[in-house]
Design a protein around this ligand. Sequence first.
Ligand code: PLP
Length: 416
Amino acid sequence: MSGRRSDRTSLDAAFVRRQFPALDNGWAFFENAGGSYVPQTVIDRTVAYMTETQVQPGASFGPSAEAEARMAAGQRLIAELINAEPDEIVVGPSTTTNTYFLGQAIRPWLKPGDEVIVTNIDHEANQGAWRRLAEVGATIKEWRINLDTFDLEIEALEKLLTDRTKLVCFTHCSNITGSLNDVARITKIAHAAGALVCVDGVAFAPHRAIDVKALDVDFYFFSPYKVFGPHLGVMYGKREHLLRAQGQNHFFFQKTDIPRKIPAGYPNHELSAALVGVGDYFDALHRRHFVAPENRFQKRAKRVFGLITDYEGAIGTKFMDFLRAEPKIRVIGRPTGDAKKRATTFSFTVKGRASAEIPPLLERGKIGLRNGDFYAVRLMDALGLERSDGVIRASMVHYTSNDDVERLIRGLEKAI
Ligand SMILES: Cc1ncc(COP(=O)(O)O)c(C=O)c1O
């Protein structure tokens, strides 16, 4: 027991960093939007599963029953994290795989001439699966960003919606610009037009709490391997939609067998079980910062995300101040560090230089970041950037230290 009588009001950054063994490697790491480090708790859960229960789950003998229970606990953890029910959560290998399966599963819902709206800012995982619905006769419409502000504007969406619109697919947070979108408002507008929404929360989930019920979304995706967890993707679908969807699993799965009927095959066993380690980590943070216990995991995580938001706002503002003051840098995104408007995912180009020139210069100082299209190729096209060169992206999460940010700034100053 710490013996504290009051809550900590800011994130204990040193405590956070102690939970992540990979942070000892000496690198200032800025490719977090590609995939985050994992805390020891996730490693422990993986090792425990593989040591104690690496058998086919679901039989009645000891280790097999325990394996099944550990996988179910992972599923439950995700459901609690985003305020859903466990049978509304599909655990799969990745978000790309999950959108692909859903794209197949909803084909029977569409008639020729029905309309599907996708954006030109999303990662291809939340575009390609829906654009393929053209194969069953759907008309694909593109909700394009404003090239001056890099924003998806609601007025532009309203002009695209008709009584034939069946799906609106958009991102909660761009993996390039870091901009946050008002999902609840967009969902309300789409629903009023009679359409469902598919929301990509992959770039949002590491930074803020998610409540799918409050957002009222129909489908929501994120990838735990970017949220301090194992390499998996998870999909939320409202139960009524999952029941109606055409399962992609073996023929003998019943229409009511959700979520199992949706994807082909079982998710990775040990990694599904390791999802619980993400919960262990958030619980450790909750105990570290808050005195009063809280029964619901979703609320514990939400309070922790409150501290994370403030912390990220501070490091993000520091980095944005540098970007804005550097005349050779063009920021691709909102020019603010305000945590209400953006996540700490920053993309930029450097005047007169190829993006690919910059990361290797920083690597010499053990600063890891990357350039490219990050699979948002249609955004690169819209911006007139060569896809493979793309933008330079520096993405931070709550274990990114002030010192890391200072190293990055000094490294960029030198490189530029
Ligand atoms: C915003 C966004 N959406 C979707 C994906 C795809 O996720 P996955 O690798 O789980 O398929 C990514 C991966 O980088 C992403 O950044």
